[in-house]
Design a protein around this ligand. Structure first.
Ligand code: 2DT
Ligand code: MG
Length: 212
């Protein structure tokens, strides 16, 4: 019987180096013979993903609740693929997940509980690494980009909600790690590797679902 592989989520603020760190992590897992697959949310390649992409690039406008539900639907359309990978022994490294969904939508003023509900019972991560960076440090890295949400005030609120989610996940017995992403790239990569090695070599329990 194949052992279930761990589900690893990487969350982070804009300019935290999340995409770079995710790529480095995948390289290192493969180099150490840990089979792993990258999944990224939003997955802009699907029909729903294309609607999300158009919204993020401000080519279209949508009600805050409608776009929130599309982000969630984009995860649900890939949920069974994620489970199949894990059950066949392939680790999934996920660049953003439901926690981004809550943090970004709630920071626009939607209720936290309302934002959480459509993602209830998605596959739960075995490890979530949150790459935290101050808006000041982000500015030193060249500032934010052009997409919707890439603004200092928004990022500050999003960071606060991410930290709240982290406290709740930890209180609930989940594994959430805040990583200081303001440091140099190698130091961040080493810390990430330490946590991932831990779950990759340790016992992975039965699969769980978010907030159930
Ligand atoms: P990237 O820059 O990582 O492609 O993200 N977002 C993301 C949400 O508002 N809700 C979600 O559920 C997810 C997954 C965060 C693009 C933007 O989409 C936001 C930044
Ligand atoms: Mg972005």
């Amino acid at each position: 019987m194949t052992r279930r592989a761990p589900f690893i989520v990487i969350e982070g603020l804009d300019r935290s180096g999340k995409s770079t760190q995710t790529a480095l992590l995948l390289q290192r897992m493969k180099a150490t013979n840990i089979p792993a697959q990258l999944v990224k949310f939003p997955d802009r390649t699907t029909a729903i993903g294309q609607m999300i992409n158009s919204y993020l690039q401000s080519d279209s406008d949508l009600d805050d609740r409608a776009i929130h539900l599309l982000f969630s639907a984009n995860r649900w359309e890939l949920a069974s693929t994620i489970e199949q990978l894990l059950n066949s022994g392939i680790s999934v490294v996920c660049d953003r997940y439901a926690f981004s969904g809550i943090a970004f939508s709630a920071s626009k003023g939607l209720s936290y509980e309302w934002c959480r509900s459509p993602d209830i019972s998605l596959p739960a991560p075995d490890l979530t690494l949150f790459l935290d960076i101050s808006p000041e440090a982000a500015k030193e890295r060249g500032g934010y980009g052009e997409e919707r949400y890439e603004k200092e005030e928004m990022q500050r609120k999003v960071g606060e909600i991410f930290r709240r989610i982290g406290r709740e996940i930890s209180a609930d017995g989940g594994k959430w790690v805040n990583i200081d992403a303001g440091r140099e790239r190698e130091a961040v990569a080493e810390e990430i590797w330490k946590w991932v090695e831990g779950v990759a070599n340790g016992a992975v329990g039965p699969s769980r679902r978010l907030w159930t």
